[in-house]
Design a protein around this ligand. Structure first.
Ligand code: G6P
Length: 459
């Protein structure tokens, strides 16, 4: 078996990998460690030297080689801020109102994909298998093929794939579809995403089913499947159970006897945070007997702060927090805590364990691993309740959560009420069923199934 080569927009370099990295990075690092491999991507830095001339930053840590490059300001703006995060991200999350399309950004996006492919190409060895991640790199396989690569090329999309009518609003959607078919295997979070991708192709061109469950279109042969991404429940449980650092004692006291609601995500409009604030307000309005006995903590560190839509939502949350606390708070009770800060993952898992309700209501989400992490962090003999949006990929598996429509304030308010009053027996029953699912669909199983399929179809 050859090396595994992982390509992603952001790369977790050795110093900040295992300790600070999220579950996905750790899962991929484990695979790279086991079979030896290369991780290639952007190091998060802006360089003054043009991409073609800039040498790669290469680091070796045991079995893994890290090869990272920086981007020029112009490449970063066009490829990352504009096309990836002001065109693809909003469109794939059904927010066409936030798409700001510019042809120049599309060209910049293609250019950076070609640049990255040209930089990776000389590092590849004959038997390597390449696994590319996420929406920044939809055309990467086609660019690598142009460099002469014959390697098996797999791709996993971590975000939703939109319904064809939504995709078709993007002026370059036909080209995007055609370029994506240069991958040998395309993995999606849910069956709905995989079907949407195939439906979009079938709408544009002839889509033929071939042997081994593959497809042919645009002169390419490729496979498409759903691989719901999971977590490592044991490692999360260990983090959550671990000894409380001294500052946790203070947090425990602050949480007090009130029912505690927690929500945590990057500050992103796809997460439905303003809608959730309004649903919480609706709860306080409709069920006034709970005022003073409930506390909602929203953790949302700034993300993609240079993009206008992200600045706008940050401003909106600051305003809404002030308004809700001003309206309902008392001298001794603050109903809503909004923390625009990054929390260490180890601390976060302990906070999850101390809280009664997780309110995870994205308007659209590829999977939502926080929902899964919240469950794994619970004490199974007295677990908290998960309220989850039906538009998160995780809702397909976590059917024992209180599933809600995040646009329906009354429904979310009712779910908060149900969660605060749910019996211990029912909490234990629901949690156990969902943990059973999570302990089978782990991050290890996710990557092994994907890579097994990629190896099989490449033989
Ligand atoms: C989502 C995307 C990832 C991305 C992450 C953080 O989870 O699917 O590809 O890395 O957000 O966003 P950022 O723009 O900071 O890389």
């Amino acid at each position: 078996m050859g090396r595994l080569v992982v390509v992603s927009n952001r790369i977790a370099l050795p110093d900040n990998s295992k300790n600070g990295a999220g579950g996905l990075a750790v899962g991929l690092l484990d695979a790279l460690q086991e079979q030896g491999g290369l991780w290639f991507g952007w190091n998060g830095e802006i360089s003054k030297i043009t991409g073609e001339e800039e040498p790669l930053q290469i680091e070796q840590d045991k079995n893994i080689t890290y090869a990272a490059c920086s981007l020029t300001q112009n490449d970063y703006d066009l490829y990352y801020s504009q096309f990836s995060n002001t065109v693809i991200w909003p469109a794939f999350h059904y927010r066409l109102d936030l798409v700001e399309y510019q042809r120049e950004a599309w060209e910049g996006y293609l250019h950076v994909n070609q640049l990255l492919a040209a930089k990776l190409s000389p590092l590849l060895q004959q038997n390597d298998v390449v696994w590319v991640h996420d929406y920044h790199l939809l055309p990467f396989a086609a660019a690598l093929r142009e460099q002469g690569s014959q390697h098996p090329l797999g791709f996993f999309l971590h975000i939703p794939f939109p319904a064809p009518e939504v995709l078709m609003a993007l002026p370059d959607y036909q080209e995007i579809l055609r370029l994506m078919t240069a991958y040998n295997l395309l993995g999606f979070q849910t069956e709905r995403d995989a079907k949407a991708f195939l439906a979009a192709i079938a709408h544009e061109t002839e889509l033929v089913t071939v042997e081994k469950g593959g497809y042919q279109a645009y002169g390419n042969t490729f496979h498409v499947h759903d691989y719901p991404i999971g977590i490592d429940p044991d490692s999360i449980r260990k983090l959550a159970e671990g000894p409380l650092p001294p500052k946790m004692q203070a947090i425990r006291q602050e949480l007090g006897d009130a029912k505690n609601i927690i929500a945590c995500e990057r500050l992103d409009y796809s997460k439905g945070i303003p809608e959730r604030f309004l649903a919480y307000e609706s709860f306080l309005e409709k069920y006034p007997e709970h005022r003073g006995n409930i506390r909602y903590t929203q953790i949302a560190p700034t993300s993609r702060g240079e993009v206008q839509a992200y600045q706008a939502i940050r401003h909106q949350l600051e305003t809404e927090t002030g308004r809700i606390n001003g309206k309902y708070g008392t001298m001794s009770w603050t109903p809503l805590y909004y923390l625009n800060q990054h929390f260490d993952r180890r601390l976060l898992m302990k906070i999850f364990r101390l809280t009664d309700i997780a309110l995870i209501t994205p308007l659209r989400d590829g999977m939502n691993l926080v929902a899964k992490e919240y469950l794994a962090a619970q004490d199974p003999t007295d677990p908290g309740v998960l309220i989850l949006s039906k538009f998160a990929g995780a809702a397909c598996e976590l059917t024992e959560a209180l599933l809600v429509n995040p646009y329906d304030r009354d429904e979310v308010a009712k779910a908060i009420l149900n969660a605060t009053t749910m019996s211990k027996e029912e909490r234990i029953r629901r949690h156990a069923i969902m943990m059973d699912t999570l302990s089978h669909q782990t991050i290890t199983r996710w990557r092994e199934t994907f890579l097994d399929d990629l190896y099989k179809i490449s033989q």
